[in-house]
Design a protein around this ligand. Sequence first.
Ligand code: FAD
Length: 471
Amino acid sequence: MSELTGRILDPTSPGWEAARHNFKAAVDYSTLVPKKIVFCQDAQDVCNAVRWARENKVPLRARSGRHSYEAYSLVADGLIVDVSELDMIRIDAAKGTGRIGAGVYTLDLHEQLYDVGLTIPAASGASVGFAGLALGGGFGVTSRKYGLTCDNVIGVELVNAQGELIYANAEQNADLYWAHRGGGGGNFGIVTAFDVTVHPIGFVAVCIITWRWQDFIPVVTAFQNWGPTAPDTLSTFMRLAVGDTHQDGVITLFGQLTPNSPSELAGFTALLAPMLAAAAPTGVNVQLMPYSAAAAVFAGVDPTKPEWLVHPHNDTQLFKSTSAVAYKPFPPEAIALLKAQMETAPLQTFWDTNEPSMVQLLAGGGAPSRVPVDGTAVMHRNAVFVVQYDAYWTDPADGDAAIAWIEGVRTSMLPYANHAYVNYVDHYIEDYLDAYYGPNLPKLVEVKRTYDPENFFNFPQSIPTALPPKR
Ligand SMILES: Cc1cc2nc3c(=O)[nH]c(=O)nc-3n(C[C@H](O)[C@H](O)[C@H](O)COP(=O)(O)OP(=O)(O)OC[C@H]3O[C@@H](n4cnc5c(N)ncnc54)[C@H](O)[C@@H]3O)c2cc1C
């Protein structure tokens, strides 16, 4: 019989409560209680965990940064194989490559790579795990220049369903390598490390521009024609956040220019001209800063108060997030509909302490759009923008209304933005396999059948071993 190895916690262990909670707070943690959590210290601990779970017929989930929108990295009465302590980063600067442990948090990654003048596109959320991020695609504010996170993965070390350590890249297990770039976490094995390409980075320019809610239509219209066609060096997203009177929401454009040369920085304001002309902004903030500082800005972390490093999982939130993809700019009626839908947000008990509920438009185009739709498992290569729908609340009693509202916004916009980004898993999406994978689903199912025919790695929206019947 196999033994569990690593740092093993069970319900009697000190630190159990903190260890079993994820970022998502809107979960019934009274019933979602695992049997054990093993914080793996090396790849052998992961192999032992998989074998132990098989032999003891215990359900298992892999966990890295705990940010799954549906807490799919937890399972009741099961084993959580937590890779967050596999947090090594090794760089070969001369070759422009590196090895990143599956549990590295993204802000750590940005900061540590920046210390040697390098980066890899990765999420803004401070403690998003590299494994969950890269396996589903992954984008950040350097993505239009350097691609999605997964576009920079050149090899994957993982533990398969038999508990063996294997490697997948363009030469070995090439189909598995393909699936690990966008197929989503938790489907094929437990990744222990990623081999990646890294890129030079130095100072960047960050813009934060705000407009009045009444300028929604001209500003969104200008953004969707501008952001996705901007030079690759500029990654942008627009946040449309509802206000407490439904008329005082705020429109914010966030952008980062990652220049190819310092002289390009001088042209940043000229690049912004179409947006500044769309309607009179209420605030324009353009700043030059080291990339590590920009990463902290986008993560919402104050670099002078690095408490998150001590308690990276204190940032739990009551929220419901979901997504869709727009393959064409919104026609005028869609922009008007989006505004009207947002203005129906339910009032909440503690509105003043809530994060504002919002819709974010993440500009497509650039390097990710030059990878073929079937080049990796990420199908959304032709996105004009990815739409992220987010509802937040503070009083648990407000949850149902907030969820119903954001689901209503998403579904009403389906004629204009459909499919979904697998890293924004959403159990409300009925046809989720088509929504996440579209034309890449048959190949993903084939890979699943080849490497995990018993469906050992499974969760509510995992890739099955056979194609579902056509609807
Ligand atoms: C605050 C916040 C900010 C975000 N910002 C961005 C962003 O800027 N860009 C972006 O693209 N996405 C972003 N996301 C979405 C994020 O990419 C996904 O939530 C991602 O799945 C989180 O990965 P994780 O490792 O943190 O989560 P986890 O909950 O640990 O894991 C997510 C999924 O991956 C599986 N998994 C975890 N580790 C492994 C492993 N080692 N091997 C195999 N499977 C594994 C889990 O079982 C689970 O199914 C954000 C999410 C949040 C909550």
